[in-house]
Design a protein around this ligand. Structure first.
Ligand code: 13P
Length: 250
């Protein structure tokens, strides 16, 4: 299946002044990792993170970007700015940004296209609420999010993307999806990608699980055939925990 990618999403945590030493700690702790190891940091931490990761196996990602190239967008950051810094990955469509920052399937699509055009790897997030799960419409909802996110993106570009399945009810709650629940949706996403593209493309796309993934539950989740990695919030803030997760990805 897709290449294993374990990405930390620091969210609004850690200071620029803490970043260099912490990324060095992650590099040391994850030395033997057989997967791609990524730290996605706040914008203001990115240059220190890139400086620390230079020449190492760890890649740096941003937590958002704007879909326009440049212009009068006060407070925004473009793909070119991220590329110029040495950033390789960028998260988009996270449920927290959908809830608090007006992120929509349409902006996710524009951001994914822009990231791919500029050579950044988009980490496209999707996920259902507890109400949607209880109503039995999880897969319908995820299918809408994925179809809209990938609208107009060719197979050759889609192959480079990462999809993060993050059930909203599992984020920061300590309530992880069971291995079977996570696998069921990730397998559903894979099947949808076969429909949208083809078998080869669907296999090439990395599908991560995210939502209270930690040092204890990572091995079970990552052993599932359609889970090719994780997008890790809280546990990415402690290098030793993050390293246990990366070592489970093989
Ligand atoms: P937690 O791992 O803290 O639940 O966060 C998951 C997440 O939202 C990663 O993007």
């Amino acid at each position: 299946m897709g290449k294993y990618v374990i990405a930390g999403n620091w969210k609004m945590n850690k200071l620029p002044s803490e970043t260099y030493d912490y990324v060095k700690e992650v590099i040391e702790a994850t030395k033997g990792a057989e997967c791609e190891v990524v730290c996605c940091t706040p914008y203001v931490c990115l240059s220190e993170a890139v400086r620390a990761a230079e020449g190492s196996h760890v890649k740096i990602g941003a937590e958002n970007l704007h879909f326009e190239d440049k212009g009068a967008f006060t407070g925004e950051v473009s793909a070119d700015m991220l590329v110029d810094l040495g950033v390789k990955y960028v998260i988009m469509g996270h449920s927290e940004r959908r809830e608090y920052n007006n992120e929509t399937d349409e902006t996710v699509n524009l951001k994914a296209k822009k990231a791919l055009e500029k050579g950044l790897v988009p980490i496209v997030c999707c996920g259902e609420s507890l109400e949607q799960r209880e109503a039995g419409i999880t897969m319908d909802w995820i299918a809408i999010q994925i179809k809209k996110a990938f609208a107009g993106i060719c197979a050759c570009d889609a192959k480079k993307a990462v999809i993060a399945y993050e059930p909203i009810w599992a984020i920061g709650t300590g309530k992880t999806a069971t291995d079977e629940q996570a696998e069921e949706v990730c397998a559903g996403i894979r099947a949808l990608l076969v429909d949208l593209y083809d078998e080869e493309t669907a296999k090439a796309i990395t599908i991560q699980y995210g939502g209270s993934m930690n040092a204890k539950n990572a091995a079970g989740l990552l052993a599932k055939p359609n889970i090719d990695g994780g997008l890790i919030g809280g546990a990415s803030l402690v290098a030793a925990d993050f390293a246990v997760i990366t070592s489970a990805a093989k």
